[in-house]
Structures are given as C-alpha cells and as structure tokens.
Design a protein around this ligand. Structure first.
Ligand code: ADP
Ligand code: MG
Length: 765
C-alpha cells in the first residue's frame, strides 16, 4: 500500500493516464510486451512505475527498471516518483554513468539506457528485473534502439526459463510503427495503448522573416515583448546549447530583475560561486603529479557517449563563441536604448534547464515561481518531451537543434546547429497547451518550417557503426545483420564496419571460398577475437582502442594514451588564421602566430622524433601544458585551446584507469613531467599509429612521375582520385616524407591530411 499525501493524490487524479490504469495493467498482465504512447505530460513516466509497484511488481527481490535517454530525466523522475509515493530515495532510486543512489532496498530504478546496456553485458537475462520500461523510445537514441532489439530476444528467453520479464515501451505519439510493425523485432505485434491527453489548443505564430544568425537575440526580443504585452503565464524558450541558455538567462535577468528575497540571493550566490571557483581555479598551483580519481570500469560504457550532446559546443571555436556572445550582449545592452535600463515590468523569474545542469538547479523549474513574478524557463531540447514544466502558456522556439554530424567517408564527427524536424517543432509547441490554451512563437517562417524534415532520423542511421558492431560481437551476437534493429543501419555501413574491425584484428577473418572470394554473408558474421574483447572495453572508437591495446609493448603506453586522447579531442590549436577585427588585433595575432610556430617547432622535437610529425607536436603540447600546470594563460600564450587541453587531461585519466584495471601488471600513472620518447619508442609509436590507421596511408608523388601540375607536392591515397596534401602548418610540411599515415582528410581550399606522421615503406603490407 502506498501512502500518498492528499495534494499529490489530487494532482494525480487530474492526469489522463490515471483513468487508464486498469486497461494498462490488464494489457501488461496479458502480454509480454506492451507499447504505451501518449502526449508528453500525460503521466507515463511518473505513473506507470507506480501502477506496477502497486500491482506487486516490485516485491521481494524484483526490481522495476526504467531507462531514460537523458540523465536529467533519470534523476528528476526518480525524485518525483519517490516524492509522490512517499518512499525514500533508496527505494525509488536512479543510476547514471557516474552516480546514483541505488541500494539493496531499491524497488524502482531509473537509469540511463547506457547503464542498462552495460548490465546486459554482465547478465544477459537481466534476472534481477521483473519489468523493464524503455521510456522516451521516440527519441531513438542508439542505446534505446539496441536495448529494444536485445530485449525482444531476452523476453522470450525469460519466458522459457519460467521467470517472465515484462517489457513496456513508452513513447510520445510519434511514428511507433518502427516498433510495432517490424516483424523481425516482434513476431506478434505488441498491443498499443494510447493515452489521450487533454491538450489545449495552441496557436502557432510564425515569424514573417527568418533571422539569419542571431536567433538568440530574436529570442530575447520575443520574450521581452511577450512579458510586456501578454497576460500572465509561464514562458518556455527553446535554444540549442548550454552557453546560449546561460547567455539569454543573464540578459533577461538584467532586463527584468527579480529582487525577491530568495531568488535574487540564489542567483547572486550562483554568480558569486562561479566567480570564486574560477578565481580559485586560475590561482591553483600546478601539482607535480596529477592524481586522478579511480573510475570503476563498470561505470562507463564503451559506446560513444552522445548523451548530453546539446550541452556540448558546436564547431571548434566554442569557448570563444560563448565569451564573444556575452561580450556582444553587453555592448548591445549599453548601446540600444531599448536595452539601456532595466525594465520596470513585473519581475521575470528566469531559470535555465539543460542536461548537464546540477540536479538541484534543474528541480527549481518544477516549483511554483515566487508570487508577483512570471516564470521563464530557458531550455535546450530536454524540455521537448523528457520533462514537463507546469504552468507554461507561451513557447518561444528558435527552431534549431544541436546535432552530431558524421562524414560518411572519413567518419569524422562534428557538432552543428541545424533546423529541427517538424515533429520536434510540434512537440515544442505542444508544451504551451498543457494547462490552458497557449501560444507558440516560431522564430522562422512557415516556408522554412515546411522545408524541415518530417521526423528526425534515428541516430543509428546517421553515423558509422564499427563501435556498435564491436560491442555487439562482445555480447556474442555474431550476425549483426540479423540483429533486430528497430531501424537497421544500412548494409553498407555494417559491411564497412566489419571490414574495418577485421583489418584491426578485432574480428576473425572469414574463411575464403573458391577463388579467394569472401561471401558477403560470411563477411557479416565474423566472431570476435581476444584482442577485440580487450578493445571493446576501452571508451574510444575501435581504431584508437587498437592503438591502446598495442601500446603495452615497448613501454609506450603512457605516450599512446596521450596521443589517443589528443587525437580524439578536436582542435587542440586555436584558429589563428582568422581575420583581425582591427589593426591592434592584427598586430597581436601576427605576434601570436610567430610564437605559436616557434613553439610547435620545439614540440615537434629533433632528429628521429620529428618523424612522428603532427602527433609529436600533440605530445609535446600536452607535455608542456601539464608541466606548466595547465593554466588558461599558458594555453592562450601558446595558441592552445584551454578547454581542449582540459578534456585531454580528463580523457588521459579515464584511459589510464581503464588500462590499469585491464592489465593489472602494467601500473601506469599520469606524470606531469613526461620525458620525450626515446628513438626506439618513436619508432614503435609510428608503427602503433599505423596499426589503427593502416588504411589511411598516402604516398608522395615523385617529381619524375609528375604528369599534372596539380599533383605537385601531392600525395596519392588508395581511395581518392585526387591528390591530398600536407598542410603548411604541419611539422612535416618542410620534409614531405615519401610515405605517411594520417588521421583524417579535411577539405578546405585543398584536401589536407590532418594528424600526419611519417612511416617506412617496408611497413606497408
Ligand atoms: P509523460 O511521461 O507522459 O510525459 P510525466 O509523468 O513526466 O508525463 O508528467 C506527468 C505530470 O507530472 C506533468 O503534469 C508534470 O508537470 C508533473 N510532474 C512531473 N515531474 C514533476 C515534478 N518534479 N514536480 C512537479 N510536477 C511534476
Ligand atoms: Mg515521460
């Protein structure tokens, strides 16, 4: 029996899903798999676990598990359900990558989908669970898709074993056919229960014009207008990332200051704390040896960590971007008379909301805003379906979303801000009609909207899959093509992944039939090798995992860890070839360029070390940075991006912990005084790089072969018709070695190789 407070009970009764409790529980009793879909806010996430608990599912040693694609949701929902049920947090708990409050008492466990995937690797049948709820299935995160595929097989296995597992797939009302009408996934289509939500009408207003760049500024102006002119009701703004969210919050707080007792103190405290932390950080003396906390290997998944993407920065120039926009705002605030003084309207109670925001700050959006204020939540798309904020009447939608893009050829990924899909935009609009009729202001024209794609593509179809294939093989799923994906990746993507993994030695080579031909089907069912298993436990893509697996030899491991960390963090160096704003900046830039060039020459080493090329420069830069204590000043002086260097430090720590736990005899530690590699180590390091990038080899076109001028100083690669080049900024530009291995090709004015080091011709098979 659950003992709820009268207020909670009253609020619950208003939720449409409560009227369906019997129908839902009946369906779950009768069917192993049930699909439940309903508008955001209808009560799926908070109520279904309670229905199950009250029906006796979380009794004795059984747990009710709920997966969320986002950490925010896992934490917030566990807290909410614990509160509603009047049960402590060690009973209704959460587990995300690094933290959680799960105990032996836990009956209801909210977790990120990556956490459950990791549990499947340990206990394929998930014997501790009686029910698994896959929540937010419409988000189509790679993990969610794979979990549904795996669970479609685990459910019948549990049935056979006589301890049935129930699977509930919950989704917003969006394209559920991928789950229900996919015979490979569920031979008998699971029943679909639709929950009708009382959705009030939302009037959608399009902009006549679509702003070119400054959608954040447009958001600001729109919120000001709404607040000054329209009747009471909360405002929810959708932006694309953390920096934008903070920047708009600051601007709005300045415009409509809230001087209430608690809120302003909070805000001031926040600012003061941040400033203090920053000062402390800037002052902190470098420690001689960096002691990193031990991270248990179980706590992180070896799959790519896409969760929280919207909190990452697009492109390479992120921190400058953030700083610059703040600077711009101040200028603008001082300049335009509209913004000169703070406004005397009602105070605006402004709250940020994004994935990586601290949970106690996230929780604020659910509390009533102080009386005499209007609530304004500035959010990334976490507020689209994962969290329902009460009292929203106005939605301001910039129409954009931050996404990860992958180059089909090079596999290189980047974060870019792009238009969202029509389905997402409609979800965002729907947030305005939860409690009353509402309004949605779209900061783009209806013509632009009609060009949006209808639905966002499932993530799994948009990226290379060698990492997923390796993880599945590690789960002993040999025929990945036969895996019941809700939406499968293309066969081309799967073949490419398997070929690469064979080349890396992670999978066994298929037997050759007849005239040395390998059948396509054989190519797609190669078993994993012991090396592959080791590689699967590193939290980096297979190419880099291969380098790490080989690094043990010849005492190279700490160098390999550093090189891998530097290679996987994008853009170590600041872009100095940007146009200067004025003469003064021009002088500064020129001076800096000269200095950076000089430093890079030093980092590139002397004698044989130079053969490691760009990777030696990376090694030298990381070494120098750590030696000097990794300060923003040092980075700025030497043209390094502070944020990238911090990320490298973090990743080096993670990789070091992983290596130590995989090979207990090795015992690597991070030394801030890394000696340069010896001549023989350089030799092996070049070979190790080649082991991961054996297909990224280029041969210099010799002068006597030169038939076409465009090939002068060019290199020939196996796959491209056209020449590729070594960039003038590369430490190998003056040498132009005959054979090189490269990390990627980037097309700008020419096709340039990045991350180049030289190799010996006799190494090439
Ligand atoms: P769904 O999963 O169907 O989108 P939820 O179960 O998340 O719906 O939300 C149901 C209701 O509970 C919503 O009206 C929402 O505002 C409310 N709610 C959810 N979390 C909280 C919270 N932490 N505080 C107050 N209300 C909440
Ligand atoms: Mg939900």
């Amino acid at each position: 029996p659950v003992d709820r407070s009268p207020e909670i009970q009253e609020a619950r009764l208003k939720l449409p899903i409560l009227a369906e409790e019997q129908v839902i529980m009946e369906a779950i009793k009768e069917n192993p798999v049930v699909v439940l879909c309903g508008e955001t806010g209808s009560g799926k996430t908070t109520q279904v676990p309670q229905f199950l608990y009250e029906a006796g599912y979380g009794s004795e040693n059984d747990i009710i598990g709920i997966t969320e694609p986002r950490r925010v949701a896992a934490i917030a929902m566990s807290q909410r359900v614990s509160l509603e049920m009047n049960l402590p947090q060690n009973v209704v708990s959460y587990q995300i990558r690094y933290e959680g409050n799960v105990s032996t008492e836990t009956k209801i466990k909210f977790m990120t989908d990556g956490v459950l995937l990791k549990e499947i690797q340990k206990d394929f049948l998930l014997s501790r669970y009686r029910v698994i709820i896959i929540d937010e299935a419409h988000e189509r995160s790679v993990y969610t898709d794979i979990l549904i595929g795996l669970l479609s097989r685990i459910v019948p296995l549990r049935q056979k074993k006589g301890s049935p597992l129930k699977l509930i797939i919950m989704s917003a009302t969006l394209r559920i056919e991928d789950f229900t009408e996919n015979k490979k996934l569920f031979r008998t289509a699971p029943p679909v229960i639709k929950v009708d939500a009382r959705q009030f009408p939302v009037t959608v207003h399009f902009n006549k014009r679509t702003p070119q760049d400054d959608y954040a500024g447009e958001c600001f102006r729109k919120v000001c207008k709404i607040h000054r002119m329209l009747p009471s009701g909360g405002i929810l703004v959708f932006l694309t990332g953390q920096a934008e969210v903070h920047s708009l919050c600051r601007r709005l707080r300045k415009m409509f200051p809230y001087r209430g007792k608690q809120g302003s103190k909070d805000e001031k405290d926040e600012d003061a704390q941040e400033a203090k932390a920053l000062r402390a950080f800037k002052k902190s003396k470098p420690k001689k040896k960096v002691n990193l906390p031990k991270i248990s290997l179980d706590n992180y998944s070896a799959l790519p960590m896409d969760e929280g993407d919207e909190d990452r920065e697009a492109g390479g120039d992120d921190d400058e971007e953030a700083d610059r926009s703040d600077f711009d705002l101040d200028l603008e605030d001082a300049g335009s008379d509209e913004d000169k003084e703070s406004d005397s309207s009602l105070p605006l109670y402004v709250l940020p909301l994004y994935s990586l925001l601290a949970p106690e700050k996230q929780a604020k959006v659910f509390r009533p805003s102080p009386s005499g204020t209007r609530l304004c939540v500035v959010a990334t798309n976490v507020a689209e379906t994962s969290l329902t904020i009460p009292g929203i009447k106005y939605v301001v939608d910039c129409g954009k979303v931050k996404k990860r893009f992958y180059d089909k050829i090079t596999g290189v990924s980047s974060f870019r801000v792009d238009w969202t899909s029509q389905a997402s935009a409609d979800q965002r609009a729907g947030r305005a009609g939860r409690t009353d009729p509402g309004h949605c202001y779209r900061l783009y024209s209806s013509a632009v909207f009609s060009d949006f794609e209808q639905f966002s593509q499932p993530e799994i179809t948009r990226r290379p899959v060698e990492d997923l294939v390796l993880q599945m093989k590690d789960l002993n799923i040999e025929k990945v093509v036969n895996f019941p994906f809700p939406t499968p990746p293309s066969t081309d993507a799967l073949v490419a992944a398997e070929e690469l993994l064979i080349a890396l030695g992670a999978l066994q080579e298929p037997p050759k039939t007849g005239r040395l031909r390998v059948m396509q089907s054989a190519k797609l069912s190669c078993p994993i090798t012991p090396l592959g298993r080791t590689m699967a436990s590193f939290p980096v893509a297979p190419r880099y995992a291969k380098m790490l697996a080989l690094g043990k030899q010849h005492d190279c491991l700490s160098y390999v860890i550093t090189i891998v960390a530097a290679m996987t963090v994008r853009e170590l160096f600041e872009e100095l070839n940007r146009p200067a704003l004025n003469d003064e900046e021009k002088v500064i830039l020129t001076g800096k360029k000269a200095r950076v060039l000089q430093m890079q020459k030093i980092w590139a080493g002397q004698g044989p070390a130079q053969k490691l090329g760009d990777l030696m420069v990376m090694l030298g830069a990381v070494g120098a940075c750590e030696y000097s204590g990794l300060t923003p000043t040092f980075c700025d002086r030497n043209g390094l991006r502070f944020k990238a260097m911090m990320e490298i430090r973090r990743l080096r720590g993670q990789l070091t912990t992983t290596v130590n736990s995989l090979c207990p005899g090795v015992s690597i530690f991070l030394d801030s005084k890394m000696q340069p590699p010896t001549e023989s180590q350089v030799h092996y390091l070049r070979q190790i790089v080649m082991s991961g990038f054996g297909d990224h080899i280029a041969r210099r076109i010799q002068p006597e072969e030169l038939l076409d001028e465009k090939w002068r100083n060019g290199y020939k690669t196996p796959l491209l018709e056209d020449p590729v080049f070594i960039h003038p900024n590369s430490s190998l530009f003056r040498q132009l070695p005959d054979f090189v291995v490269f990390q990627e090709i980037l097309e700008t004015t020419k096709m340039y190789m990045k991350g180049v080091s030289s190799i010996e011709p006799e190494w090439i098979p």
